[in-house]
Design a protein around this ligand. Structure first.
Ligand code: CTP
Ligand code: CA
Length: 225
């Protein structure tokens, strides 16, 4: 693996990577969140930096160490991730959106801790902006890579996202498979390209999946010159 990392095939490329889940506050002590650990996004950031890229990692809360040589921008909410990503978009060659962005946020954030006065509690949620879709609408020369974590109809859903968000490639995984999904070191993914081709990878460490995703990106970057 150390030999692999001597390849500086991403030199002079600026890559924006998003990682981990966002947290949407309910009150000063509570939030709506998800199970994303950030492992896939951090593996991508570390590997891209080792391969010579200038990496900006926009990360939701995560316990993982910040990879060496990476510029980190920590965010909490989808709105903050949206702002951080859009402020960098014009300057980058590639965006990889590995983050699990909350689709909805509480409509109102209580100023004080909510007390357990009632037998039920209703929190109204409103839709967050779809960051990747906006990038797809705005993109000029940038390559856009998305992720799709699904529990059913993996290929259909992933293909629909690739088209709807105007992506160049989407990395799809069925989170219900053992050896895939949240907070573990391996994943089982299918890589779907804009032209419709699908590559099915076996169960691999997220680090190895990162290398393969970046290999594909390198090829696309060479073609788009
Ligand atoms: N994404 C995003 N902004 C959002 C929601 C998702 O940028 N508000 C990105 C994710 O980072 C991921 C891709 O879009 O790269 C797909 O996310 P996913 O949750 O699978 O798709 P959604 O479009 O949110 O559809 P759904 O959750 O209904 O399956
Ligand atoms: Ca979603």
């Amino acid at each position: 693996l150390s030999l692999l990392h001597k390849r500086q095939d991403l030199l002079n490329k600026r890559i924006l990577i998003t990682a981990a889940g966002t947290r949407e506050p309910i009150d000063p002590v509570r939030y709506v969140g998800n199970r994303s650990s950030g492992k896939m996004g951090y593996a991508l950031a570390e590997t891209a930096a080792k391969r010579g890229a200038e990496v900006i990692l926009v990360s939701g809360p995560s316990n993982l160490p910040i990879p060496q040589g990476v510029t980190i921008k920590k965010v909490e909410t989808a709105a903050q991730m949206h702002a951080a990503v859009l402020s960098e978009f014009d300057t980058v060659d590639v965006v990889i959106k590995a983050a699990a962005v909350a689709d909805y946020r509480p409509e109102l954030i209580a100023e004080q801790k909510i007390k357990k006065t009632g037998d039920t509690l209703t929190i109204n949620l409103v839709k967050n902006p779809d960051i990747l879709r906006e990038l797809g609408q705005q993109k000029k020369r940038q390559l856009l890579v998305g992720f799709a974590a699904e529990t059913e109809d993996l290929i259909t859903h992933a293909r629909e996202k690739l088209t709807r968000k105007n992506l160049d490639m989407i990395v799809a995984n069925d989170v219900t498979l053992p050896g895939a999904g949240f907070n573990i070191d391996t994943n089982i993914v299918k890589i779907i390209h804009k032209n419709g081709t699908i590559e099915e990878l076996p169960q691999l460490r997220k680090q190895q999946i990162a290398e393969i995703i970046l290999d594909k990106i390198c090829i696309m970057l060479t073609k788009s010159i």
